[in-house]
Design a protein around this ligand. Structure first.
Ligand code: A3P
Length: 307
């Protein structure tokens, strides 16, 4: 493998970020052709950081005042917006919309406001947004859990056993920063800076906070999205309802998952596994922990972020 390969796939660097060729082409189409609306909401993340969960929470919060739970869109459509599948509730710019067409018809989107997602770093995403007041929500996760999640995901999509050698070679790629959308730290730091500079338009969340303090975090998200949770809703159990609707158990058992495929022959359930914090402890050696912690500590220095 060359320096720009990740698991046998050639990657291309654009604005400091590594992409597969077809993804990069879609990024360029997006940059050239996307016209934002002031009300757009974009869910951003580094892959395997909890994107699906954040998409579901965003949909649930925005839709909660429109319908009762039975007709909630999450019960009839999925939040994923996967490659080559039905468009989903929160489609990816570069893995879905602009992958299929250089000028996709965005009038067909079902959500209002329009919801999108992306894994691009903020500086690339921001280009076509210019001065748009649209909102961007980012979820960050411990890189060690991201890597373990990616390892299992890769094994599932490639139909291979999740062997140590795959984990070890992925680990080296992550440490070098050469992997899909890598380097991890540049992606995280672009949104971290954006959220500090422009907190009205960029919200920085973490998977770990969502797990540890879900009520507090979804209230924060609702406030940012401009649909704050009222005292009445707190007392009526609405927050609990949203959390349950978006739980890993509920999302992975949606009826819509039982029909259709994520892509190729894969079930939608490829997006759900354990959903835990610190699963890396079951897989990393102390050498791996030490090496990646050293890199992240150095990269995150001065950002206020901890591992
Ligand atoms: P694990 O592989 O560690 O279980 P993404 O959506 O960015 O691809 O991230 C996938 C990770 O988020 C997987 O992590 C998956 O299990 C977890 N996940 C998906 N839905 C979730 C939910 N509703 N709550 C918590 N974690 C969730």
């Amino acid at each position: 493998p060359s320096d720009s390969d990740f698991q046998g796939k050639k990657l291309y660097n654009y604005q400091g970020c590594w992409y597969q060729y077809k993804t990069l082409r879609a990024v360029l189409h997006f940059k050239r052709n996307f016209k934002p609306l002031d009300t757009d909401i974009i869910v951003a993340s580094y892959p395997k950081s909890g994107t699906t969960w954040l998409k579901a929470l965003t949909v649930a919060l925005l839709e909660r005042s429109k319908d009762g739970p039975l007709s909630h869109p999450l019960t009839s459509d999925n939040p994923y917006g996967l490659v080559q599948s039905a468009i989903g509730l929160v489609p990816f710019f570069e893995l879905n919309l602009y992958l299929k067409s250089s000028t996709p018809d965005l009038t067909k989107l079902s959500s209002s406001p329009r919801l999108f997602s992306t894994h691009m770093p903020l500086h690339t995403l921001r280009d076509p947004l210019k001065d748009s007041p649209c909102k961007i929500v980012y979820v960050c996760r411990n890189v060690k859990d991201v890597l373990v999640s990616r390892w299992y995901f890769y094994s599932r999509i490639e139909n291979k056993e999740a062997g140590r050698s795959i984990l070890e070679s992925m680990f080296e790629s992550y440490c070098r920063g050469v992997n899909y959308y890598g380097p991890f730290w540049d992606n995280v730091l672009s949104y971290r800076r954006g959220s500090l500079e422009d907190p009205k338009h960029v919200l920085f969340m973490t998977y770990e906070d969502l797990k540890a303090r879900p009520r507090e975090q979804i209230m924060r998200l609702a406030e940012f999205l401009g649909c704050p949770i009222t005292q009445e809703e707190i007392h009526s159990g609405a927050v609990k309802e949203i959390l349950e609707l978006c739980s890993l158990h509920n999302l992975s058992n949606l009826d819509v998952n039982k029909t259709g495929k994520a892509w190729d022959n894969l079930d939608h359930n490829v997006y759900f596994r354990k959903g835990e914090v610190d699963d890396w402890k079951n897989h990393f050696t102390s050498e791996m922990e030490e090496k990646i912690d050293m890199i992240i500590n150095e990269k995150f220095q001065g950002s206020g972020l901890k591992i």
